[in-house]
Design a protein around this ligand. Structure first.
Ligand SMILES: O=C(O)CCC(=O)C(=O)O
Ligand SMILES: [Fe+2]
Length: 343
């Protein structure tokens, strides 16, 4: 990330797509009247009936931290997983050899989509792709480290507005050492072929976190779309049963064909999908499920239209990568991008 080109957020973060955990519902909030008018019925059906229920709801909605964003914290330093990235002998060793083979193919001069799809398991009608990403040893080391962090008394933010348990990786200082190189050097050649229409060749920022599900914590995740152009979701283990990921329709599809698809998580493997694809996670039945989620953003795409409010972004200052917008605060500069997609 260059200091000369700070990343920004869209003001809609505070008013659009605010997730109300207790009723499992995303709402838009301008003022109380609009909230009652637009969501009164859905809220009543979910049990928000008394004036006290409504007052508590209002408190939740106006307390900030809405949207798909979630708070971004500061870095807190040293971690052993970084050893994997710094140590000259360990270069690339955290990545599955099959993943490196795919990256090699995608960076070759004649690479094309069909060639890439031959290396991966894909669901072409949904434009979802499964691929091996990490080694077993790395997944184990990563989860161990996250557990150490979880048990420490270091300050922690929630991974996003929907998941209550997990870790924001920038809080561990892992953006620079781990996720940025992973996105720029390894993932971008792949996403350039898979999602050219979504800025797959110019994913220039991200929000990365690990989500955790267990029987006494979050069991599942409601249906939603991500604040991302492209999402990578890698299963890190540990041991669990059930907890499949499911997909419905694509948010921006003008003629949506509601075809439900359920996909199993396999430790060390990742799923690449469009951020705007509506999805959720089914409850686990036993064990603990940890997944690395990387919401990858293309400023060239989102500067034109904020994916959360579907309007030209109203830019506001932000920390770190913000929500991946760039430009001046008065105006989000439009950029051009190759909009042709082959699947
Ligand atoms: O738990 C999962 O596999 C999905 C998580 C997810 O969709 C998200 O955090 O955006
Ligand atoms: Fe998601």
């Amino acid at each position: 990330m260059s200091a000369a080109r700070p990343f920004l957020s869209c003001a809609c973060f505070f008013s659009e797509n605010v997730f109300v955990g207790r009723y499992g519902l995303h709402v838009r909030y301008r003022d109380e009247r609009q909230l009652r008018r637009d969501h009164g019925r859905a809220l009543r059906e979910r049990g928000c009936r008394s004036p006290r229920d409504f007052a508590e709801l209002l408190r939740e909605v106006t307390s900030g931290g809405g949207g798909g964003g979630g708070g971004e914290g500061g870095g807190s330093g040293v971690n052993c997983v970084s050893m994997y990235f710094y140590h000259p002998r360990c270069k690339d060793s955290f990545l599955a050899p099959e993943f490196l083979e795919i990256v090699r193919y995608c960076t070759s001069p004649d690479a094309h989509l069909d060639g890439l799809l031959r290396y991966t398991e894909s669901y072409p009608e949904k434009r979802i792709c499964r691929l091996p990403v990490f080694t077993e040893e790395f997944c184990q080391a990563f989860v161990d480290e996250l557990e150490n962090f979880e048990q420490s008394d270091m300050p922690k933010g929630r991974p996003n507005s929907m998941n209550n348990y997990g870790v924001l990786l920038n809080e561990l200082g892992m953006d620079e050492t781990f996720i940025t190189p992973l996105r720029e050097k390894y993932l971008r050649p792949i996403t350039a072929l898979l999602y050219p229409d979504l800025g797959g060749a110019c994913l220039d920022s991200h929000k990365a976190f690990v989500v955790k599900y267990s029987l006494h914590e979050d069991l599942d995740l409601s249906s939603h779309y991500d604040n991302a152009e492209v999402t990578l979701n890698v299963s890190l283990g540990k041991e669990f049963t059930e907890g499949n990921l499911y997909f419905g329709e694509f948010r921006q599809d003008p003629n949506p064909v509601p075809r439900y698809l359920e996909i199993e998580h396999v430790r060390t493997q990742g799923l690449l999908h469009r951020g705007g694809h509506i999805h959720g996670a089914l409850p686990i039945a036993s064990g603990e499920r940890w997944n690395l989620i990387v919401w990858m953003r293309s400023s060239a795409i989102r500067n034109q239209l904020c994916p959360m409010c579907n309007k030209k972004p109203e830019l506001v200052e932000a920390e770190g990568f913000g929500d991946g917008f760039t430009g001046t605060l008065e105006d989000a500069a439009p950029e051009t991008v190759n909009l042709c997609s082959l699947w």
